[in-house]
Ligand binder design. Structure first.
Ligand code: PLP
Length: 407
């Protein structure tokens, strides 16, 4: 008799996006004449940058020739892309990262979800609240938690991000081994300073812990004081793995390309208490379970780092950031406390009440869809997230309607 992995039964069904869809469908059925504007989704809306399209096309044409055809590539990614990443994303910022420390993949979701399998089942995990749900659910699947009670899993150390700490969690008061951090944050849009991140790196070094740093939104940082990478912080090479993605930075959510950086100095301990390098373990996992990103996609990703690609991506993100500013200003003028939106595509808004009640208010009175904060963790209750991923015209129209409805 085959038995299942019982840990899967602990998972809470995520009703967030299906609940949203149900309410929107019901609203549209009742008001077929009203147009709904969606500012709820964490997916880009603008087309790929022209430099990426040109590189993509050219790579497909190469694959159509006997001389240019390529079969399986290196699992870790082609050298041309790993070199471009090391040089443009890290060395250019004074962060000492080499090409062979970069592992190219088809998504930061998979990488942030898979990385936990390198570590012991009894590792103590610290996870921000609110946050991207992948970190938590993958640890539940792996059996690192107890049951779900009162809105939380037993055995997880939740790092609360609230108005009181300006949405940057305080250090945990109990010992932890593996720490997830995400800045600029999804869903709050909050950022972390170099000084604040240094505190976390020092903590991890003292605790013999490891930080998993999700920098999926680093391209949205416009404040020159803020760190784009954890490797801009002293001592981070020994205690941090960083995740990046072309999804939000270059509109690759449907194209699929991301990468994980594992510095050679990163270690964890074996049963005998000896240090073991993590780099060969991740390399082993990657080569065993993954067969590389397609050649045309890696060429398209390489083009992101060309002078034209950089300028086009900056313009793309500037457009989203201009939307975020419109959203944040409108909500602030209406008297709501907001954070995010200046170095992130998300604006996090205190709802002055229940998340879902505010969701219903915006939908029914303004025809605007948001994301209720309660879907991202207990600390998200009482908040909503508005996303800048839409056209400027739609954002202007949506905020005009919200002004009329709530003003
Ligand atoms: C969108 C997002 C990612 C990117 O995931 P991909 O699988 O690369 O598309 C990673 N982390 C966070 C927090 C995100 O919001």
């Amino acid at each position: 008799m085959l038995r299942i992995n019982e840990h899967y039964l602990k998972l809470q069904a995520s009703y967030l996006f299906s609940d949203i869809a149900k309410r929107v469908t019901a609203f549209q059925a009742a008001h077929p004449e009203r147009e709904v504007i969606k500012l709820g989704i964490g997916d880009v809306t603008q087309p790929l940058p022209p430099a990426c399209i040109a590189a993509f096309h050219q790579a497909v044409d190469e694959m159509a020739t006997a001389g240019g055809f390529r079969g399986y590539g290196p699992e870790q990614g082609y050298d041309f892309l790993r070199q471009a990443i090391a040089e443009h994303d890290f060395q250019a910022r004074g962060a000492d990262i080499q090409a062979d420390e970069v592992f190219v993949s088809d998504g930061a979701k998979c990488d942030t979800g898979n990385i936990q399998e390198l570590f012991a089942t009894d590792a103590k995990i610290a996870i921000p609240d609110p946050v991207y749900p992948v970190y938590l659910d993958t640890n539940v699947m792996a059996g690192r938690t107890g049951a779900f009670r009162d809105g939380r899993y037993e055995g997880i150390v939740y790092l609360e991000s609230t108005r009181a700490n300006n949405y940057v969690p305080d250090l945990p008061r109990e010992p932890v081994d593996l720490i997830y951090l995400c800045f600029p944050n999804n869903p709050t849009g909050s950022t972390i300073t170099k000084e604040q991140l240094q505190v976390w790196v020092d903590f991890a070094r003292d605790a013999k812990a490891l930080i998993l740093f999700d920098a999926a939104y680093e391209a949205f940082i416009r404040n020159p004081e803020l760190p784009h990478s954890i490797y801009e912080i002293k001592g981070a090479r020994e205690v941090a793995i960083e995740f990046r993605s072309y999804s939000k930075s270059a509109g690759f959510t449907g194209t699929r390309c991301a990468y994980t950086v594992v510095p050679k100095e990163c270690t964890a301990y074996d049963a005998a208490g000896s240090r073991q390098a993590i780099h060969p373990l991740w390399n082993r996992r990657h080569c065993t379970k993954f067969n590389g990103v397609s050649y045309p996609v890696q060429r398209a990703a390489e083009a992101v780092h060309s002078p034209e690609g950089k300028a086009q991506c900056t313009a793309l993100i500037d457009g989203y950031l201009a939307n975020a500013k419109i959203i944040r200003q409108a909500m602030a003028e209406l008297g709501y406390h907001t954070i995010g939106g200046d170095n992130a595509p998300y604006v996090w808004i205190e709802a002055k009440g229940d998340s879902w009640a505010f969701f219903d208010l915006l939908l029914n009175k303004a025809g605007v869809v948001c994301t209720p904060g309660a879907g991202f963790g207990r600390c998200g209750q009482g908040y909503i997230r508005l996303s800048a991923f839409n056209s400027e015209a739609n954002v202007v129209k949506a905020m005009g309607r919200i002004r009329e409805a709530l003003g």
